[in-house]
Design a protein around this ligand. Sequence first.
Ligand code: UDP
Ligand code: MN
Length: 319
Amino acid sequence: MDHYENRKFKRYLGYFLILSSILIFWKIMTIEKDNGLLIGDLKDRLRIYQYKLHLTPQQMILLNMLENDKHLDDMPFIYAITPTYYRYVQKAELTKISQTLMLVPNIHWIVVEDSEEKTALVTNLIAESGLKVTHLTAKTPPFEKLKAKDPRWKRHRGVEQRNKGLSWLRSNMQLGKDKGYVYFMDDDNTYSIKLFSEIMKIKKVGVWPVGLVGGFSVETPVLNRETGKVESYKSGWKPQRPFAIDMAGFALSLDLILAKPYANFSYKMDKGFQESQFLSYFTTKEELEPLADNCTKVYVWHTRTENPVVRAEVKGYEV
Ligand code: UDP
Ligand code: MN
């Protein structure tokens, strides 16, 4: 190949490369446009059929996010920490709350079993739920375990498990980077999905009424009429506690949990003071953020399931 031919070859090669780049670019553009059209079409159809599909309020939030082109990745998680232990009603309780959580789009469920090892019952239930779950174990030491005949207030319950959940968050989440909310969600309470929309309004610590607790039909923070801030508490038991709030009656930002790594539950806390002493690490009464329509609505109930008398175990069924 002489000098002239060589230059010619290089020129053609140049043309070829430019032309193929344009072609590839054009192809990519049309693919993007097709996808855009497809998603647009899907959104329209979802809107039209929202009533027939029985979309939940939570699914509507998702739909709105899609419409506003907000990314799901920007949606902070609600980390719900659930202590749970084996008894006849465990599967029923976990079925109930896992199916509530299925209606909430941004849940990260932290299930902490009070056992040496993960049980098949809980493992299978979690797998079937399709939820985003972290499954942990933390056994309550025998000296703290409630005996069958003991009154419930005699021992702290869920201490080991909640602390395990907190420590998982602290070793897997990063302050300043991961955003979210932390809620202690006992396995036997009853939760409205409306509660989770309230939790997403929290800046530091949010509070709300809890139904059927402490001998009251409802326990609630009492707001000052002028400031709209928490002034005192209506509570069936020691309303003078710094925070007379049940475990189900508050949630806090993940930032706070990560910023105060020493703040945990403890057996040393006075009986019935777990919530109050835990909250004292993070906030003051004046700072509390009243939610659920200025603490006028009940979205969670401190229900307790009766221990059933089982006279015979029917073989072949997992209850
Ligand atoms: N719990 C536990 N181990 C126990 C007793 C309770 O992990 O030995 C869990 C239970 O599943 C629940 C939470 O701790 O999620 C609070 O327990 P419980 O509902 O009995 O307390 P109460 O409602 O009476 O305060
Ligand atoms: Mn309970």
